[in-house]
Design a protein around this ligand. Structure first.
Ligand SMILES: *[C@@H]1O[C@H](CO)[C@@H](O)[C@H](O)[C@H]1NC(C)=O
Length: 504
């Protein structure tokens, strides 16, 4: 039924020509090499923002080598990925073929800001519906396999079951994309297998593990999601290798440890080819966003502003938001605070009043009058904000996508992890890389973090010697990470190696 390998959208040829030129400028300095032969890549993301976004960036990288990329998902999630992409903010990218495949209607409940645990269980129905992509994806792979030398499937680590039919197509092969840090993944592997960590390790993981709270899987995930993860596990053996949105400059040690931990006689390959966000917008849209917070940043002193955002999955209670507002105001530090409700499984579905997130009375007037900060209630250009010289810190939930964006822009993090891999990422940032501080007591779930604690954390990162040290180290790491994507850099070499491997 869905055997078409053509893109739905046809592009006028003159425009196509133009876009091809832009492709050659993508990403920053990557040269277009025609190594494609007739290799095609099929990308299959998990339908959650941090996952969609990373795989779309990877799609651009691969497409910049002249290899056709087919990006697969439900219509709503493909639309979400394109709409929020920093690469092509206004138009749909023409060098990537999006396939909108049908999924059954799914329940798209509002997130519960009062839930004890912060895992976004409101997204589970969307994940479950995505399992119905298996049939259309199998058809796509089969029909592509007839007209290509090789079909390369790159799928989210949690979409293994959906792409399992690739294994029965002789000229198809699959690779797992991990959307979390190698550090977090190594830690999970260590827990699952009881491997002994090398002695000289910077972090005593055993000690951290014995602590209660967010580092415990039962707290940072729902039981339902743990089952979902487990159900994807068996399909890992069908893949020939792993791709990470990370950089050896950041955590090469853990990529190596993972490679040795997962070897078990099976030769799988590992490519650390991040940061994916280094992919640049085509020239015509590379002008910066017109968002009002960018102009506000222009008027602020260097490294004086803390950017506050907890990502797309976490809904905070009214009381917690009140405490954050008071903490920020009392710190006296300049801020940009992205105050949005967490995503639903279908961000475009109506139904029910969207929650109006209330701030303490007079808060917005006071901070605006004193030019202390900006509250953003729409989609913020996060990467650009982090890249602005006035931004000197990031109060973050430590989702891996946010971590990589902050690291590549050289901005230190005030870590406030909420769920999933975030607590482990926070340990990487604060204890291993030492480019951030942790919000005191945030690892105790189900407790409102007090305004005085938030104030203390913000002051420590933005206005203390310790914070300055973190900022210095983060800036140095940022230079190294950005350099890794230049010709001769370590991530560029791994990206080249992946492309060479799939076009062999
Ligand atoms: C969350 O709790 C607050 C305060 O108790 C209440 O006003 C609000 O309606 C609750 N929200 C939801 C979605 O249950």
């Amino acid at each position: 039924m869905y055997t078409t390998t053509r893109c739905e959208t046809t592009i006028p040829s003159h425009q196509h020509q133009q876009d091809q030129n832009h492709v050659q400028k993508l990403p920053s300095g990557l040269k277009m090499k025609d190594v494609s032969g007739s290799v095609v890549v099929v990308m299959v993301p998990l339908p959650a923002q941090g996952h969609l976004n990373q795989l779309l960036e990877l799609a651009y990288f691969v497409a910049s080598y002249g290899i056709p990329v087919h990006f697969v998902g439900s219509a709503t999630h493909n639309h979400q990925a394109k709409l929020r992409s920093h690469i092509a903010p206004s138009s749909s990218p023409s060098d990537i073929c999006f396939h909108d495949f049908p999924t059954p209607p799914f329940h798209s409940p509002a997130p519960d800001p009062n839930s004890t645990y912060k895992f976004p269980s409101q997204l589970q129905p969307a994940f479950d519906a995505a399992s119905f992509l298996r049939g259309p994806i199998a058809s796509l792979i089969r029909s592509l396999s007839l007209e290509s030398r090789r079909v390369v499937v790159v799928h989210d680590s949690l979409m293994g079951s959906v792409v399992q039919d690739a294994a029965s197509v002789p000229n198809a092969e699959s690779y797992v994309f991990h959307s979390v840090s190698a550090f977090a993944l190594y830690w999970y592997t260590w827990e699952a297998t009881g491997m002994v960590l090398p002695k000289e390790d910077e972090v005593d993981i055993a000690e951290l593990l014995s602590s209660e709270g967010f580092l415990s899987l039962r707290v940072s995930f729902t039981d339902e999601f743990l089952k979902f993860i487990a159900s994807q596990h068996e399909f890992k053996k069908l893949s020939l290798g792993s791709i990470y949105n990370t950089c050896r400059v950041v955590e090469g040690r853990y990529v190596d440890l993972l490679a040795s931990a997962t070897a078990n006689g099976i030769s799988t390959k590992h490519w650390a080819i991040g940061p994916f966000n280094m992919v640049k917008a085509p020239d015509k849209s590379s002008k910066r966003s017109a968002h009002m917070c960018m102009e506000w940043l222009d008027k602020q002193a260097a490294s004086s502003v803390i950017y506050v955002s907890f990502g797309t999955t976490t809904a905070l209670s009214n009381e917690q938001i009140r405490q954050i507002a008071i903490g920020l105001e009392r710190s006296g530090q300049k801020f940009i605070w992205v105050l949005r409700e967490a995503d639903k499984g279908d961000i475009f579905s109506g139904g029910g009043e969207a929650r109006k997130i209330e701030l303490p009375q007079g808060f917005e007037e006071t901070v605006t009058a004193g030019d202390l900060g900006v509250v953003v209630r729409d989609w913020a250009p996060q990467l650009e904000i982090l890249g602005h010289p006035a931004t000197g810190g990031f109060l973050s939930h430590c989702g891996w996508n946010s971590c990589m964006e902050s690291i590549s822009m050289g901005v230190p993090i005030l870590a406030w992890p909420m769920h999933s891999d975030q607590p482990r990422n926070a340990i990487l940032i604060t204890k291993v890389l030492k480019i951030g501080l942790i919000v005191k007591d945030c690892m105790n779930q189900n407790k409102v973090v007090k305004s005085s604690t938030i104030q203390g954390g913000v002051e420590a990162l933005m206005a203390s010697e310790q914070g300055d040290e973190m900022r210095k180290r983060a800036a140095e790491l940022g230079v190294a990470v950005r350099g890794s994507m230049d010709e001769g850099g370590v991530s560029r070499a791994e990206l080249d190696s992946f492309i060479t491997h799939i076009s062999r």
